[in-house]
Write a protein that binds this ligand. Structure first.
Ligand code: 48F
Length: 263
């Protein structure tokens, strides 16, 4: 077998050329999803399937968010009906353990959710943290984009000015800390947003309320997944994930209704 001879400069050029092309395209997008956990990946799948240009910014160099930790590091998670349908659609192996209750391996769920978002056409950018929003005045103000920075730069503690990405809709899928809502609430007081944090555990109530309260928080900015609980001070649920998947699908449907399908 003969190996292709590759010049080091070519490797560098191709990486930078293609990255730059992607970033130019991403600088104005239909939807910016912040966080590649279960809610973010599910939302990205449905949005991209509807033809909307969708980018997911994830702080870490991996996806899945809280899925990987399972329940106290045990590698299984529960999903209840009707959310099992979402996992069945993407061929995630599920074992029925009771009527309407299923168990999945954490690694399978991460891989299948990420794969479905990518197959649908969403772009997932790893290692990027959203640390602010872009806004325009109004009553109330409108959120029109996100401010991004390399996670590694933030970790280094050196000051580097960030870049902005414009989006018609932004979804906070950052989990328990609701980071995008929190920064918007702190820096744009006219939004009258108060992030109280989630309540203690009550699994069934938490699942129901998270999905019910998923939606637009102020013009341009949406909440899905655990950031909904942080915003509305509703309970946490622990390692049952149906609500996260249904919340991700619901927020996608709301945005698709607003922006319209593109395919
Ligand atoms: O925490 P995470 O999984 O949020 P989720 O989708 O699901 C919550 C469940 O995992 C679980 C639960 C329900 O069963 O209680 O905890 O609501 O995923 C959030 C993702 O967002 C990333 C973070 O690294 C994680 O992968 N993230 C958080 N803040 C930022 C961010 C940020 N500012 N910029 C970019 N990514």
């Amino acid at each position: 077998m003969s190996y292709v001879s590759i010049d080091e400069a070519t490797i560098t050029q191709k990486i930078i050329e293609k990255t730059a092309k992607d970033w130019v395209e991403l600088s104005e997008t239909d939807v910016a999803v912040v966080g590649a956990g279960p809610a973010g990946l599910t939302a990205a799948t449905y949005l991209a399937k509807a033809g909307l240009k969708t980018v997911v910014f994830e702080r870490k160099l991996s996806f899945g968010g809280g899925i990987g930790g399972g329940g106290m590091l045990f590698h299984k998670l529960l999903v209840q009906s009707p959310a099992d349908q979402i996992l069945k659609e993407i061929n995630c192996p599920l074992e029925k353990v009771e009527e309407n209750l299923f168990v999945a391996d954490t690694s399978a769920m991460i891989a299948k959710l990420a794969n479905s978002a990518i197959d649908a056409g969403a772009k997932i950018i790893l290692g990027v943290t959203v640390d602010d929003v872009i806004f325009r005045s109004g009553k109330p103000p409108k959120i029109v984009g996100v401010v991004i920075q390399w996670t590694a730069v933030i970790m280094s503690g050196i000051h580097v000015d960030p870049l902005g990405v414009k989006a018609k809709a932004i979804i906070d899928c950052t989990g328990h800390d609701a980071e995008v809502l929190s920064v918007a609430s702190r820096k744009i007081p006219e939004l009258n947003l108060f992030i109280q944090g989630e309540k203690s555990m009550w699994s069934s109530e938490a699942e129901k309320l998270t999905v019910e309260k998923t939606g637009e928080v102020c013009p341009g900015l949406y909440a899905a997944g655990m950031s909904v609980a942080a915003l509305h001070n509703t309970p946490r649920m622990g390692p049952i994930f149906g609500g996260m998947l249904l919340s991700g699908r619901k927020v996608a449907q709301l945005i698709i209704e607003k922006l319209g399908k593109k395919n």
